[in-house]
Every structure is written in structure tokens, then in C-alpha cells.
Unconditional design. Structure first.
Lengths: 342, 342
DNA sequence: CTGAAAGCGCTTACAG
DNA sequence: CTGAAAGCGCTTACAG
């Protein structure tokens, strides 16, 4: 037996009163008598009433839904950020619609469009590796839909942003290798476009420079998909060249793990002959032997901060209309964790 | 300058026609002239029109949103399932709202309620470890909202289900240890309630029985949160007892990894003195040394299957009203991957 | 304290 | 071929 979901009308009919009264009673308006409220609440419970949020959303012009666009879900960093987003959103009565770009710009565009017509209250995004132009986000600005970018942000787009200081973190990582005695330091870097892979490269370059080590372009490898396999293959290539590195700064832990496995396959001793440092502090960094020195970044807090900023902006706009917002960029701290690989 | 989002009315006004005509033109109704259609489509584009899905949903009684309730996002198995769900949902024009129970029944109840009043078209769920009664799902049945359960399912609740054969997989795992010569096999099992941890225990028990090995209750440890640390601690306890196991069947890879680390901390050789097998085939199983023998389960396919069944049911009900549905339980195959730990 | 009415943005049966 | 009207389920300013 299928029932239709109870509406205000059903309750009003049952009680011989009107929709208006029922609606007000349920929302505890002061101008409704206690008896009426009691009766309405009782009947609502009995009839399993739950407000139709679509109707509420339509009426109020608010959906309490936030859209998230990230490259991947099966990913140590992003799943942790997502966790931070979801938990804090739920606490404040917002729900999350999640979409994944798989680092493809076209997908990202589609999702922006979709979330736009789903009338989400705001959007959190980490750009696809492939994305260069962020024109497809302009429509959100035009219609005053708040956006927060994290991790892979745009430098030109005006909005709230959360990330870490990739350059100084990469500097720290490279400097660590230098302090440990490395002279020939390779960098397996991220793809061309994302600002954070550029910043990490800059940190690497800058640390070499400050320590009077010439940058050898043959020692910089550029990943496409940033997979363990790429880390493995690039490391083999580096270690089979005439000019072997004695240190590798890997742009992520996955790359670092691939590097360790490649070195081991050639019988090269870590950290004696080769030192390796990763980035992210994911679980594999602790579990691999030798364990991987890495840069810890506050994943959960990045998600938490992003959702907080977004909800603040949403509620600020609700209160003051489209008053001008001062956008901020919040930079969270990282630290180096030394393990066996250096 | 904030704009209000364009509505049908805006377009009609601009064109000096009516909402009806604009709506029909955009949906390519046959009874609208070509010229009108052309003009409407052009104007819609110019004005950045996107239909308000809330209104469409309200009118049509459909939201094209599917709710997902899972214990965790930061979790190898669940993030992979989620990936399978999201990708296949997007292809069919559905979006996912994701909520996490953190294995707490109360949270799960709250989410069911929330998703119900969000009027999602259907729900996919893997039960919280804590959940015994599934009464809180009854409301979905009452109102004909399709549900698919996966992994941690209920045996009493009538709905479509997707999982693996946990019992026979566990049997396979235990039998593998026996074939490798283990005589004293411990099992670090999952929590009390979830059917799949019970089934895995049953598989273990049954394999021992078939091989004339008496089950020693002291060799069965029960996890609460199924964390690496629990695996570590229980393994220390087992290995420090008078009656040491020579094999451990761990209910997940995380437990298996903890077991390996605990054994190593005591200087016990794997696999010579102790053999360990996990369950899931997550990345850590490949990366730890010795690498972990495990049961591979098709994570992505579980998600894919769940969302397919759900969408099928949604569309079936749309077409035929609440005709009776034949619920199915789809069992996906697992296989054993032998690595260094056995 | 209660209720009639307008309206959020759409869809669609019906009339012309 | 075009359009007026009802209605999806709510909220809320207004009248009584």
C-alpha cells in the first residue's frame, strides 16, 4: 500500500482548519493558540508529516544544499577534505551534493552548470588539473552565488580561498634534503597548470638557489596524472641516467612511494644512497618501509575552513543583500615529519 | 551588480509572449512554430536561462537526487563504492547527496529523516556498525521510496541488495591459511552486529570445522572500530599469550596491517612463524612489507551495481506506479590474492 | 487567534 | 499555433 506523503493540506483537512494555521502552528508562531499548536503537532506526528523542502526552498529562495566539485573521491587528500566539509555542513543544517571532475575541464563546466540550476546556496571547488581558464565560474559570480576554492585555486578569480603555503612547504622539503647532505636533488613535479604544483616547483627552485645548487632541468620530471606508477617510472628513468640524483622531492606521497619502490627494485639503499621526501602525510607514508618523510597538511581542517567560510558568506549575503564582500585567503600551516626515507 | 536568475517570465516579458509558450518552446513541443522556438531559444541563451530544478521537481514530483548513507568517506572501500555510485549516477542525470553515519545509529536515523523530507528519489545505504533495528527505514517503504542496501545490509528488510559472499570469502581465506600449514588460526573479527562481520566469522568457523580444527574462543578477538590500532593491539595480545597463533585471519586489511606491524615489533617472522591474511585488497596491502595476502572485492562494481538497481527501480515505479517489485540480492565475486604474508 | 490570498517557478490539460 | 488557468507544497503579509 503506497501512501502519498502528507502535506499541510492533509493535516488541515483532518483537523478542519486551514493550511495557514497548520503551517504557523508547526513553526511555533506566537499568534497561534496553545491548544491549536498541540493538536497540529500531534496530528503531524501521527501522519508522519515532513515538510517538502523543495517547496520551502522554492518559496524562500534557499535550498540549504551546497555543491562540491573535486577531482576525485578515491584520494587520501580529497576524501579527508570532504569529511571535513560534510561534518561541518551537517552541523549547520546544510547538505552536500558532490560531483567529481576527474581533472577534466569539460566535466567541471558541466557540474558548475548543473549546480547552478540546482540552485545550490554555494559551491566549494578544487580545480581540475586540466583547467586553465575559469570563465565557467563567472556565471556564479553574476548571480551572487558564493564560491570557496581550496587546494587548486585560481589566482585571478575573486573569491574566498583556503590552502597551504605550497611554496614554503616545498622549500622546507627541499631544504631538508639539502641539510641531510643531498647535492643532486631531483623533483618529480605535478602537472603544468595547477597553481599548487607550480608553487611547489618554485619552492624547490628557490631552496636550491638559496643553497647555491644549480637547477638541472633533466632532474625535473612532470607528472600527468600523479599516480604511483608515474612516480615509479620517473624514478627508474632518473636512476638509470648518467647523472643520478641523491635526493628526490616527490610532489605527493603516492609519487614518493613509487620512488621508493623503484629504488628498491634497483637495489639502491634508502636513505644511504638516495633520500626521498613526499608531500601530504597519507597513510601509505607511514606504512611503507622505509617509511616516507613527508610534509603534513591539515586535510580535515582545510575542508572545515572552506565550509565555514562558505556558510558565513551565504548567511552574510542573506542578511545584507549583495553588500560587497571582502574576500580572504586563509593559509593553513604545514610541518615536516621526518621518517626513515631521509 | 547582482542579477536575479532568469525565469520563464523574464523571457516571456522580453519577447512579448507568455510563460506557457516559452516553456513549451524550450521543451520542443510540436505545437509551437519554428520561428517562436528559435526566438525563445536565442533569448534564453542570451539571458542565461537555466530551469529552476526545485520548481520542476515540485511540479513533477521528482528530484533526480539520490541520497547515500555510508559510515565513512575516508575509507578505502567506501570511497571506491562512492566513486562507482557517483560516476554512474551522473551518466543517468542523477545527483548524489552524501551523508555519513560514522557508525552511529542516531546519525543514520537523522539522515533517513532528512533525505526523506528532501524528497530524494531513492536511497543507497550501508548500515552503521551500531545499527541493530532497521525500523527507521520503514518510513521509506511506506511512501514507496526505493532503497538499495550494500555491504552492511539487513536480513529482514525487504529491498534490493548488493554484496559479496562474505561467508565463502572468509572460508577461502581461512582455508588458505590451513593449506599453508597453519594449525592455530586466530580471527580478529568485526563488531557484533553487522551481518558481514558475522558472516566472515561463520566462514572462519566453518573452514576450521571442515578441516577438523577445534575453534579456540580465546583466539577470536572482536573489534569495535576496526582500526589499524585495534589490529595491532589484539595481535600483541594474541602473540603474548601462552597459546600463540601461527595464522591470523584479519577481518580487513587495516587490521591485517596492524597485525603485521605488531608481529614485527616482537621480532616474529612473517610468513615463517606467523601467516596473516586480510580482506579488501586496499592499497596498503600492496605497499606494506611483507605485502599482505588478501581477498579482493569489487568495490567500484558494488557501487555501480547499487546505483543501477536503484535507478531501475525508480524508473520502474514511475512507469507502473507501485506495482510489486521483485527484490533481488546481487552477489559479486571475490578472489584471493596471494602475497608475501602467507 | 484564525484564515483567505498571493506568490515562489515551473508543467500541462484545455480552450480558442 | 498561442495563451489563460490550475496546481505542485509551502510561507507570510494582511484582513478580520
Amino acid at each position: 500500500m503506497s501512501k502519498n506523503r502528507t502535506t499541510l493540506k492533509d493535516i488541515a483537512l483532518e483537523l478542519g482548519t486551514t493550511i495557514t494555521t497548520v503551517s504557523k502552528a508547526l513553526k511555533n508562531y506566537p499568534d497561534i493558540s496553545k491548544e491549536t499548536k498541540k493538536a497540529v503537532i500531534k496530528m503531524a506526528k501521527k501522519m508522519n508529516y515532513e515538510p517538502d523542502m523543495r517547496a520551502v526552498a522554492l518559496k524562500k529562495g534557499k535550498s540549504n544544499i551546497i555543491g562540491v566539485i573535486i577531482p576525485e573521491v578515491v584520494h587520501f587528500f580529497f576524501s579527508n577534505v570532504l569529511e571535513g566539509i560534510i561534518k561541518n555542513a551537517e552541523e549547520k543544517g546544510y547538505k552536500i551534493i558532490i560531483t567529481t571532475s576527474h581533472n577534466i575541464s569539460k566535466q567541471e563546466k558541466k557540474h558548475v552548470r548543473f549546480l547552478f540550476n540546482k540552485k545550490v546556496d554555494g559551491i566549494i571547488v578544487s580545480l581540475a588539473n586540466e583547467t586553465k581558464s575559469v570563465k565557467h565560474f563567472d556565471i556564479l559570480k553574476e548571480y551572487d552565488i558564493p564560491i570557496v576554492m581550496f587546494d587548486k585555486v585560481s589566482d585571478t578569480f575573486q573569491c574566498n580561498k583556503v590552502n597551504i603555503d605550497d611554496k614554503s612547504s616545498a622549500y622546507k622539503a627541499t631544504e631538508h634534503l639539502i641539510k641531510k647532505g643531498c647535492k643532486k636533488i631531483a623533483h618529480i613535479r605535478g602537472p603544468k597548470h595547477p597553481l599548487n604544483s607550480i608553487a611547489r616547483f618554485e619552492g624547490y627552485r628557490s631552496a636550491l638557489e638559496d643553497n647555491d645548487i644549480a637547477l638541472n632541468p633533466n632532474m625535473v620530471m612532470e607528472c600527468k596524472d600523479v599516480t604511483l606508477k608515474e612516480g615509479y617510472d620517473f624514478t627508474l628513468e632518473l636512476l638509470n641516467s648518467d647523472d643520478k640524483p641523491d635526493g628526490i622531492f616527490a610532489v605527493t606521497d603516492q609519487i614518493g612511494v613509487g620512488a621508493i619502490q623503484a629504488a628498491q627494485s634497483l637495489g639502491i639503499k634508502i636513505p644511504e644512497e638516495l633520500k626521498i621526501i613526499g608531500f601530504s602525510d597519507s597513510q601509505v607514508a607511514q606504512i611503507i618501509r622505509p617509511s616516507l618523510t613527508t610534509i603534513h597538511q591539515p586535510n580535515y581542517e582545510i575542508g572545515e575552513t572552506a565550509i565555514r567560510m562558505l556558510i558565513e558568506e551565504i548567511e552574510l549575503r542573506e542578511a545584507h543583500g549583495d553588500s560587497d564582500i571582502d574576500f580572504r585567503q586563509i593559509i593553513l600551516d604545514t610541518y615536516l615529519i621526518e621518517r626513515e626515507s631521509t
